[in-house]
Design a protein around this ligand. Sequence first.
Ligand SMILES: *[C@@H]1O[C@H](CO)[C@@H](O)[C@H](O)[C@H]1NC(C)=O
Ligand SMILES: *[C@@H]1O[C@H](CO)[C@@H](O)[C@H](O)[C@H]1NC(C)=O
Ligand SMILES: *[C@@H]1O[C@H](CO)[C@@H](O)[C@H](O)[C@H]1NC(C)=O
Ligand SMILES: [Ca+2]
Length: 381
Amino acid sequence: MESVLKNLLLVLVLRIIVCLGLESENISNRTSPNHRQGREFPFFTIGRIANTQCTGVNGLLGTCQVRGECDANGGIAMGACSTLTSQAVCCIFKSTCGGSGSNNVTYFQNSGFPNPYNGGGSCTYTVIPPDNTICQLRIDFGAFTVSQPNADGLCTVDNIQITGGSARIPVICGDNNGQHVYVPFSGTNPIQVKISTTGSVPFNRVWNLQLSLIACSSTYKAPAGCLQYFLGSSGSVQSFNYGRGTNAALNANSMTGTRQMANLNYGICIRKGVGICSVTYRVPSGDPFSFTVSGDVGTTTPGSAAASIVGNACNTDYLIIPNPTGVTTDRFCGLAFPTTTSNTPVFVMYYITDGSDTADVGNRGFSLLYATTACAVASGK
Ligand SMILES: *[C@@H]1O[C@H](CO)[C@@H](O)[C@H](O)[C@H]1NC(C)=O
Ligand SMILES: *[C@@H]1O[C@H](CO)[C@@H](O)[C@H](O)[C@H]1NC(C)=O
Ligand SMILES: *[C@@H]1O[C@H](CO)[C@@H](O)[C@H](O)[C@H]1NC(C)=O
Ligand SMILES: [Ca+2]
């Protein structure tokens, strides 16, 4: 009996020693500059380096970290980020196929970037939100060039698919440098960014996607329903794969295909600053194809006033600008666009396309300029 008690006591004492051992190991890991748990601590206290955002010497966005921490986290040190110690480096996170992480910012690049990738297969990066204070993923297409869609605007050769969020993100392809999308997280579920390419079709594919985490409390958070959110008081908005060249693919009638993506239905929002009342959209000068959304560019001269179609006649591919001022319709299609002003509470346009462009010839989508206007002083709004 006595020996049983003794044994129990021994086991207990051993347990305590083991527990203390583990605890001190964890603590020592956390205070070591080489630990891999930096994300748990927004402020890495060794040397008092705040983990703020920085710009590396290569112009990419990173996080200011102690050199050893950056190494341990798999980052790349790109110059100094503190005048206090040379140990503080601007830590850039880059990743290619199969990667995953929670770093703000991460660059997801094709293998060999900036050289193109000419092969096939699929390449996925998984974004894991660190916690539920992060609401959206913003993806900036620093570079995204893959094959053109087929003549109907379907991305049958190459494409990017973004899944795991709480909104359906359209499948896109072609030339999309400078475009961006916002993807709402579904709780703390990861979002997969998957680029699929067809190796049997030779093409110089290039991508460099900047993945940023947007806090729920951020003023940069896009309003619900906005796939794109433009923050400037003026700027330009283009449909995905808008470009000046034609798509070489021919449609079922052996006519020039479209550059417009098929099966779209998304919102494009413009930030409404304080004291701003309206937004005006118009075509830029010098590009007759800047609004070629439905119709045949061979039989109707794009850009001419007569080429504009509005209202219910727009029922395949069209833009909706809710409640525009001075006109009785909110639908715009055809091959020209009338300058349009809207003063709704949220500045939004919706872009809708169907699954075919066989009836249309040589469309490219749209490229519009927008400008916001301050409220009239006397309006008292
Ligand atoms: C130490 O880390 C281990 C393994 O990660 C974990 O199971 C344990 O709960 C941690 N202990 C403390 C005191 O944090
Ligand atoms: C602490 O670091 C040691 C050695 O690097 C490692 O074996 C151990 O798993 C780490 N513990 C934790 C909790 O990370
Ligand atoms: C992540 O980086 C972006 C880009 O600089 C920034 O706007 C955003 O606020 C950052 N997110 C968090 C959660 O810090
Ligand atoms: Ca169509």
